[in-house]
Design a protein around this ligand. Structure first.
Ligand code: B1M
Length: 225
């Protein structure tokens, strides 16, 4: 059983020291000792990043340090976490459903959204990833063009939440609201916000996003054509 507190502290120290080698070897060692890649991402990387954000907010560190920490995490994901998840969980099954993912307009964060995309893919979903800073009209047009089942929006910035509401309003105005299930996630969205803008569900983690999408698709398959 991994000692997550200790691993988080060690990773935090590596990120603050801008020590990519230490961060990568910590990840490799934790996985070699039995932690799953998703556990490591959720219970070690995510809390370490939250702490980086807290230190940024309290002005203990500055933007360049947050940028380097994010780059190191990106390399950990690309070189250690993602290959292990893909190897361990790649699904042979037919498509479980098609999900559009987008970071809300104005939001350039993408570490969490990329993990959601990865976990959906290895669990058999087709993912249309529109990336970062996606305006509402591009989300709606993308859903129509790609004929997705589910629209997934993410935001880490409270200033970008209004664009999620704009997307819901646009779906409503075009008579498309019932055509798509809509889920949101990312640290900025709260249950109150999700309820207010009328989305179908909110996911707190990437694994939860997969569970929600599965349950939405199971519900859709039971509906008469
Ligand atoms: Co920024 N940043 N950042 N940042 N950054 C935050 C978000 C912040 C909370 C830090 C803080 O002050 N405490 C703060 C936002 C405050 C607020 O709005 N309330 C903030 C700020 C202010 C900013 C800038 C404005 C700083 C500046 O320029 N002065 C700027 C904004 C840029 C922009 O977007 N326009 C900025 C920039 C950056 C970097 C570029 C340096 C970098 C991002 C690099 C990158 O993503 N490629 C960065 C980082 C790294 C962070 C923190 C430290 C970490 C973010 C992260 O990756 N978290 C962050 C602090 C924090 O999060 N508390 C912070 C880990 C990730 C796994 O979590 O994305 O929430 P998350 O995803 C989770 C779940 O939420 C869920 O699954 C994921 C995995 O389990 N999930 C979904 C996510 N999407 C989902 C969708 C779903 C379902 C579940 O369904 C569709």
């Amino acid at each position: 059983m991994a000692d997550w507190n200790q691993l988080q502290n060690e990773l935090l120290e590596a990120l603050l020291n801008e020590d990519e080698d230490a961060a990568l070897s910590l990840a490799r060692q934790a996985l070699a000792e039995g932690a799953t890649p998703t556990e490591f991402f959720t219970d070690c990387i995510t809390p370490a990043l939250v702490e980086i954000g807290n230190r940024f907010e309290s002005l203990d560190i500055y933007l360049p340090e947050m940028v380097v920490a994010a780059e190191i995490v990106q390399h950990m994901n690309d070189e250690v976490i993602q290959p292990q998840i893909t190897a361990a969980q790649a699904s042979q099954a037919a498509s479980q459903g098609k999900v559009l993912l987008a970071m809300a307009q104005g939001d350039l964060h993408d570490i969490g959204k990329n993990m959601v995309a990865l976990l959906l893919r290895v669990n058999g979903f087709e993912v249309v990833d529109l990336g970062i800073n996606v305006p509402p009209q591009d989300i709606v047009a993308g859903a129509e063009r790609e004929q997705v089942d589910i629209i997934g929006m993410s935001s880490l910035l409270t200033t970008c939440l209004p664009y999620m509401k704009d997307t819901m309003d646009m779906l409503q105005a075009k008579g498309l609201r019932d055509k798509y299930a809509v889920i949101v996630g990312g640290a900025a969205s709260t249950p109150e916000f999700s309820a207010r803008i009328g989305v179908d569900a909110q996911g707190h983690t990437a694994a939860e996003a997969v569970r929600i999408c599965r349950s939405i698709m199971a519900g859709r398959r039971q509906q008469p054509a």
